[in-house]
Write a protein that binds this ligand. Structure first.
Ligand code: UFG
Length: 324
């Protein structure tokens, strides 16, 4: 199929492009390079444009006879969303609406959307499945949930075939070492620990040691970026034959505490990282772990790189590349 990957120069989007190309699809990337990297576009032509540029989007859909759009481009910093919510509604909701309208006008009827665990808000159960109530606690989560609601309506009204994939904590890098995670600023735990290990002067702390968890630090469900890419490919195949709007939670169903991740990082880099303990970061739930039973049953998804040590090893190999 001809697939447009919006945000294909970013972390998860670039891994998706690689996976799509391996599966024999024709990939075109649309990215404004505001946070993505030109060097990450290795599996398909880059159209350098913003979603706000309706003319460029429509022209790309027509010129490349796009059949499916996968949408990864978004603002995704929870803290920033609290202080600048308009940015999140503009970049995540309004820009996505323009994209969907352009697809509709040009007869493109399949859409795969990057959503997030942030749509759930404070967890009410130990494992979060698709039935869990969606009550986001920040504008980032609200903006992603707004798009999910839009997709549900569009599926009913226009027959859009849409899938929202809610990632828990995406991490790791592909074993080709060609692409990986590179955010500026970096807020995520694993790359922060590894950048610190690589000698960057980052002030990394364990955010809170008094949570009601097995060692007092937050539990998260880290899922390998290549496993996420596999799930997208399965979702693409599934929604090709199953009309409507589908939602899947993507995680390993198993969580690691911040201290367990720190120990894995120290094991992988072979020395102590000397990370001090600090106060809680505002807005962090104690535990976020997915039930991905639905993705396993319905899509046949089998995460193959669930071990935290492997996730950290792959991320570390990327951080040591000259390309990084
Ligand atoms: N953490 C630290 N020190 C750091 C960075 C993070 O202790 O320097 C801790 C956090 O407090 C948290 C855990 O490591 O307990 C993971 O934090 P990340 O920032 O890596 O990821 P989050 O769990 O905050 O973010 C994830 C997704 C977001 C989503 C959010 C919902 O990446 O997209 O969950 O809460 F919005």
């Amino acid at each position: 199929m001809n697939v447009l990957v919006v945000g294909g120069a970013g972390y998860i989007g670039s891994h998706m492009c690689k996976r799509l190309a391996e599966a024999g699809h024709h990939v075109v990337v649309l990215d404004n390079l505001s946070t993505g990297h030109r060097s990450a576009v290795q599996w398909g032509e880059l159209v350098e444009a913003s979603l706000g540029d309706g003319g460029a989007v429509a022209q790309t859909l027509r010129q490349h006879r796009i059949e499916v759009v996968m949408h990864f481009a978004a603002s995704s910093l929870v803290g920033e969303s609290m202080t600048d919510p308009y940015r999140y509604y503009a970049n995540n909701v309004s820009a996505t609406l323009s994209l969907l309208q352009a697809m509709h006008d040009n007869g493109v009827s399949q859409f795969v959307f990057s959503s997030t665990a942030a749509v759930f808000g404070e967890p009410e159960t130990a494992l979060i499945d698709e039935q869990h109530p969606c009550r986001p606690i920040n504008p980032y989560g609200n903006s992603k949930l707004a798009v999910e609601l839009m997709l549900d309506d569009a599926a009913r009204a226009y027959g859009l075939r849409a899938t929202a994939l809610r990632y828990f904590n995406a991490a790791g890098a592909c074993d080709s070492r060609l692409i990986g995670e590179k955010h500026e600023p970096e807020t995520h735990l694993i790359p922060r620990l590894l950048r610190r290990a690589a000698g960057e002067a980052l002030d990394v702390k364990v955010f809170g040691t008094d949570y009601a968890t097995r060692d007092g630090t937050c539990v998260r469900d880290y899922v390998h970026v290549c496993d996420l890419a596999d799930a997208h490919l399965l979702a693409l195949e599934y929604s090709h034959v199953q009309p409507g709007f589908h939602r899947f939670n993507l995680g390993n169903g198993d969580g690691y505490t911040v201290l367990e991740v720190l120990r894995a990082a120290e094991d992988v880099v072979g020395r102590s990282l000397d990370i001090p303990h600090g106060p809680r970061r505002a807005g962090d739930p104690a535990m976020l772990v997915a039930s991905s039973d639905k993705a396993r049953k319905v899509l046949g998804w089998r995460p193959r790189r669930a071990d935290i040590r492997q996730i950290v090893e792959d991320a570390w190999a990327w951080h040591q590349q000259p390309a990084y």
